[in-house]
Design a protein around this ligand. Structure first.
Ligand SMILES: [Zn+2]
Length: 180
């Protein structure tokens, strides 16, 4: 049986008990998950990538792991958190990671924070803060500010075209689909 199938089966079998009592992880458990993220970050470095790793945990079980592989896979979006979320979604067979926590050795960038939001992860643990990492020359803080800027002030030129035509699909979709 594949590892992912075993993980899924385990989660399924535990789900009744888990729904009844979602337990808080102990400090030791949290630190162990963070140590896993750090080890994954070391793997990222060994493969020539940025030093970030992440794990997704549900009810005391690691359901997703990932590390930065932007360089090795030529994928600008392959941050550790994104890779861990993709792995968890695949293993659990859902894009809705309700009840999951994410552990990452560095504070998530806006892209990864948004990915956590859209995956419905409610709790993020991170090691180094963005200020720590900036001091070491690892993180560029600009994206944190840019996402909050009005269109005309964004560093990446952003403009609206075909608004009405683009809006039709959203409007139609919105009429027949309820927001989760
Ligand atoms: Zn990121």
């Amino acid at each position: 049986m594949k590892t992912s199938a075993i993980i899924f089966l385990f989660i399924f079998l535990c789900s009744f008990q888990v729904n009844a009592q979602t337990k808080e992880n102990s400090i030791e458990e949290n630190e162990n998950y963070m140590k896993m993220a750090i080890e994954l970050a070391k793997t990222a470095v060994n493969e020539g990538n940025y030093p970030f790793g992440a794990v997704v945990v549900k009810n005391g079980v690691v359901v997703g792991k990932g590390y930065n592989c932007s360089h090795s896979t030529n994928d600008a979006t392959a941050h550790g958190e994104i890779m861990a979320i993709r792995d968890a979604c695949k293993n659990l067979g859902t894009n809705w990671l309700e009840g999951c926590e994410l552990y990452t050795n560095g504070e998530p960038c806006p892209m990864c924070f948004a990915a956590c939001f859209f995956a419905n992860i409610k709790h993020i643990y991170f090691g180094a803060t963005k200020e720590d990492m900036t001091e070491w020359g690892i993180v560029d803080m600009r994206p944190y500010d840019l996402v909050c800027q009005p269109l005309e002030k964004r560093e990446i030129k952003s403009e609206v075209i075909l608004r009405e035509e683009s809006g039709k699909l959203f409007e139609e979709w919105g009429k027949t689909n309820k927001k989760k």
